[in-house]
Design a protein around this ligand. Structure first.
Ligand code: SF4
Length: 343
């Protein structure tokens, strides 16, 4: 039997401060908790910029965030009155571990397997000898006392009506057709080695346009310059990167029939809104646990002896050639996008 408070349902706090993909990958656990404990209080704690990822999640009672300048001690004091019966540390960072100390009680955690991941990088193996579940399923380790298991469904990124209206208005102003007729491209990535070459993105955008597709180029403000370069090559493309928040970007993706992306948070946003994904994986591998989860997708990757070369991507290819992504051609990506997106 799961632990409950006397005469009451569990009061559960999930902690994951960042980043986009990691937060969205907690949603299968959130869904399972709600279905198993319909009367529970379930709150999520994250950083303020990421709250839009969970704000409309129907399974949560509240999405909490540290206030600007708030200390961890003050945050812990603010959380204390809720008297959570279960506190799930889904981050395993210095900050979340410090919060555990400041908010003592029944905490569950999960194994991030940093040493094992480092060993894969060192030995250039792309799988663990005994296998390992993907990250969304590893999060369930933190909820061991709550009798939940993965339901086989994808992450959820719930969208507000306002975000959907914003995306619809943008696409209508760009002359984009109704329905899911647009292809999304996400050329950005935080680390350079995870980025498919810009000239390949430009070729892809141009070819998609010539073949009669409409294209929307998405990403965050930090991706806007590269995205603008891609959008400029085709009259069929429109630039959205840097113009929308997380909810608006999710709503745009929901209107697209397929997204092409690297190993990024945008990729997980698309799976969260039900849009198929063509994912380009270079220096990172499936065993790390971040492939598109339980969603329609095609992962393009190369079987190279130098993969994986880093745990999260890096500033430059250590070998100088970047063959892990350079040998994935625009023609291959076009075929995958056309096939997965249908028409
Ligand atoms: S080509 Fe090999 S070494 Fe270079 S970034 Fe890709 S995986 Fe790393």
């Amino acid at each position: 039997m799961p632990h409950t408070t006397p005469g009451g349902a569990p009061r559960i706090l999930l902690v994951r401060f960042s980043s986009i993909g990691d937060i969205l990958l907690t949603t299968p656990l959130i869904r399972a908790l709600r279905l198993r404990h319909p009367g529970a209080r379930i709150d999520a704690l994250t950083k303020a910029p990421f709250t839009p990822l969970l704000a409309d999640n129907p399974h949560l009672d509240a999405v909490l965030a540290p206030e600007a300048g708030e200390s961890l001690a003050s945050l812990a004091a603010r959380l204390r009155p809720a008297d959570y019966t279960h506190r799930l540390d889904l981050h395993g960072s210095l900050r979340s571990r410090s919060l555990r100390v400041l908010l003592p009680g029944r905490w569950g955690g999960y194994s991030k397997r940093p040493v094992a991941r480092g060993l894969l990088v060192l030995t250039k193996r792309n799988r663990y000898p005994r296998g390992t579940p993907p990250v969304p399923e590893r999060y369930f380790e933190a909820a061991a006392g709550l009798d939940v298991r993965p339901d086989g469904g994808p992450p959820e990124f719930a969208l507000s009506a306002a975000a959907r209206d914003e995306a619809d208005a943008f696409l209508a102003a760009a002359g984009m057709p109704e329905g899911r007729a647009v292809i999304a491209l996400a050329p950005g990535a935080a680390h350079a080695t995870k980025r498919w070459p810009l000239e390949y993105w430009m070729t892809l955008a141009r070819t998609l346009g010539v073949e009669g597709n409409r294209v929307v180029v998405v990403g965050g403000p930090e991706d806007a310059a590269a995205a603008a370069t891609v959008a400029r090559v085709s009259p069929a493309a429109v630039l959205a990167a840097g113009k929308f928040g997380l909810q608006g970007t999710g709503a745009l993706l929901a209107r697209c029939r397929v997204l092409v992306s690297g190993d990024t948070g945008v990729m997980h946003m698309a799976t969260g809104v039900g849009t198929p994904v063509v994912a380009l994986f270079g220096p990172t591998v499936k065993a790390f646990g971040f492939f598109p989860y339980q969603a329609r997708s095609e992962v393009l990757q190369r079987d190279l002896p130098c993969r994986p070369c880093s745990r999260m991507g890096g500033p430059a290819c250590p070998l100088g050639h970047h063959d892990c992504l350079r040998t994935i051609t625009p023609e291959q990506v076009l075929r995958a996008a056309t096939s997965l997106g249908g028409r």
